[in-house]
Design a binder for this molecule. Structure first.
Ligand SMILES: [Zn+2]
Length: 331
């Protein structure tokens, strides 16, 4: 590694350490997963730091035993409000690469790192997509919606170049990583098709997904659901009485039976909406919690993107139809 690059990394880590100390960071434990790495010589391993669980999951699937991935944000952590912890920074100091969303999902710190480290050492998942894939947002700093992982077809496209990126400093492993990538992408494709069938079985007038914040636009576009939320694209933006009233009116007019809290946001905000509907004579159920910007516990099916996605689809189907999901209907 060049001295110049090292200096840049040290200075960016110093900036981030200052941010972490100011914030009195108390984030949940990060996730570090290590798989099969003992059998690989150290110089054959690429050490990655990923911001969100979805990104860490993609790196592990494509990198396999050649990628040692440290994921900053564990279950229940809201990326919009995240500040890196001292532990994150010490992993960053020793990492070869840093991978983030690319559309300011994680606020400002990922951009600080990208600028300081240089583009060769950082990878933004959005780099695999074209402008036409993205949903434009007016009142959001990055101008485009960062929540593109819940359109699995789009996510598959986003990870297409990961095999090349991960293997760039290592000889002879591109083919292995490319095979990992193809396998993972076919699993994403399968889950994508399954979701289209399950959501398609919800009566059309009930295909409305109301959540805490606007994380499901890509999901709605891909799987045919209308989406509404109390908060905007980022949870940094506050919501007011008018937002609650507008949402209540929408739910009452359209007789929507359930709304959904998200695992990384307190469900408290949605309680005012439910109460508002009740006053207007319409009962809305607080549906099961959806995985929005964070995955579930490591080691459970929901600790992977596909597992969390499947759980969301089943929960949405059951809450909006009142029917129990039957796996045998979709085999
Ligand atoms: Zn979000």
């Amino acid at each position: 590694m060049s001295t110049h690059l090292l200096q840049k990394i040290v200075s960016s880590v110093a900036i981030l350490l200052a941010i972490a100390c100011q914030s009195g960071n108390t984030n949940d434990q990060p996730v570090q997963r290590e798989r099969d790495i003992d059998r690989i010589p150290e110089d054959q391993i690429v050490r990655w730091v990923a911001t969100t669980g979805m990104i860490g999951d993609a790196l592990e699937n494509v990198g396999g035993k050649y990628a040692k991935v440290y994921t900053m944000m564990g279950p229940g952590v809201d990326p919009h409000l995240y500040k890196p912890s001292p532990a994150d920074l010490s992993y960053l100091e020793n990492a070869h690469f840093f991978c983030h969303n690319g559309l300011q999902l994680e606020g400002k710190f990922s951009e600080i790192l990208e600028t300081s480290w240089g583009y060769r050492r950082t990878y933004a998942m959005v780099a695999g997509l074209s402008v036409n894939d993205l949903i434009d947002i007016d009142n959001y700093e990055a101008n485009q919606d960062p929540h593109f992982w819940f359109d699995l077809n789009l996510w598959s496209k986003a990870i297409d170049s990961l095999a090349l990126v991960i293997s760039q400093d290592l000889d002879g492993i591109f083919d292995i990583l490319q095979a990992n990538s193809l396998r993972y992408r076919s699993e994403l494709e399968k889950a994508d098709e399954w979701a289209k069938q399950v959501i398609g079985d919800i009566p059309e007038d009930k295909r409305v997904l109301v959540t805490s914040h606007d994380a499901f636009r890509y999901f709605g576009r891909a799987y045919g659901m209308e989406v509404r939320a109390l908060q905007g694209t980022s949870t940094v933006s506050e919501f007011g009485v008018r937002d609650v009233t507008n949402l209540v009116n929408y739910l009452v007019e359209n007789r929507i039976p359930a709304i959904f809290p998200e695992s990384s946001i307190s469900p408290k905000s949605l309680k005012a909406v439910i109460e508002g509907c009740r006053k207007k004579g319409h009962e809305v159920t607080l549906g099961p919690t959806l995985y929005g910007d964070a995955l579930g516990e490591t080691g459970t099916p929901e600790g992977t993107l596909i597992g969390a996605f499947r759980r969301n689809v089943i929960n949405i189907y059951e809450a909006l139809t009142g029917n129990e999901y039957q796996e045998t209907d979709y085999e």
